[in-house]
Design a binder for this molecule. Structure first.
Ligand code: GDP
Ligand code: MG
Length: 170
């Protein structure tokens, strides 16, 4: 069996770090700079009876430098309901919410497959938790997330659990 999982989120939330940790090897680029990931990157997690293919969905690519891209991204958002994946992992930075998070969220609106909300950088949240909680509450109310999973991609917290969830998508 093969499952396709899209890892989505604005730049710098830790998507590449998460993918690298799931796959245990350097397959995509992590950087302090946003927008290092310019192309769709596939990572394949091969288990005995099953493969999980991770996709860095280009339709959710946000170029912060160019406002025109924002508009195009917005215009393209309606087509994302047709993206052919079995699950989406929506990664957010637990220490910082921006309007780009809202933009990504808007694009997820019509997607039919299960969406898992991965709240990353929990190792760094500490006193910033209060800042994020109202957003998460709004998210939880508006969206029917399949699950909300607090993670730390750098420390590995809950990453195996998330990987297990992803690999169970057919
Ligand atoms: P991407 O743009 O979403 O792919 O984000 P990256 O994986 O390139 O990570 C962006 C920055 O966030 C890098 O400096 C990472 O080291 C950092 N980062 C990623 N995950 C975590 C985490 O769990 N905790 C902390 N403190 N930093 C993280
Ligand atoms: Mg990246």
């Amino acid at each position: 069996y093969s499952g396709f999982v899209a890892i989505v989120g604005r730049p710098n939330v830790g998507k590449s770090t998460l993918l690298n940790r799931i796959l245990g090897q350097k397959v995509s680029i992590t950087s302090r700079k946003p927008q290092t990931t310019r192309h769709r990157i596939l990572g394949i997690d091969t288990e005995e009876n099953r493969q999980t293919v991770y996709v860095d969905t280009p339709g959710l690519h946000i170029d912060e430098k160019r406002a025109i891209n924002r508009l195009m991204n917005r215009a393209a958002s309606s087509s994302l309901k047709d993206i052919d994946v079995d699950a989406v992992v929506f990664v957010v930075d637990g220490t910082r919410w921006t309007e780009d998070d809202d933009m990504v969220l808007n694009k997820l609106r019509d997607i039919k497959c299960p969406i898992y909300l991965a709240v990353n950088k929990t190792d760094a949240i500490k006193d910033k938790a209060e800042e994020l909680m109202p957003h998460l509450q709004v998210l939880a109310e508006k969206f029917n997330f399949a699950e909300i999973i607090p993670i730390s991609a750098t420390k590995g917290t809950n990453v195996e659990m998330l990987r297990g969830i992803c690999s169970k998508q057919l």
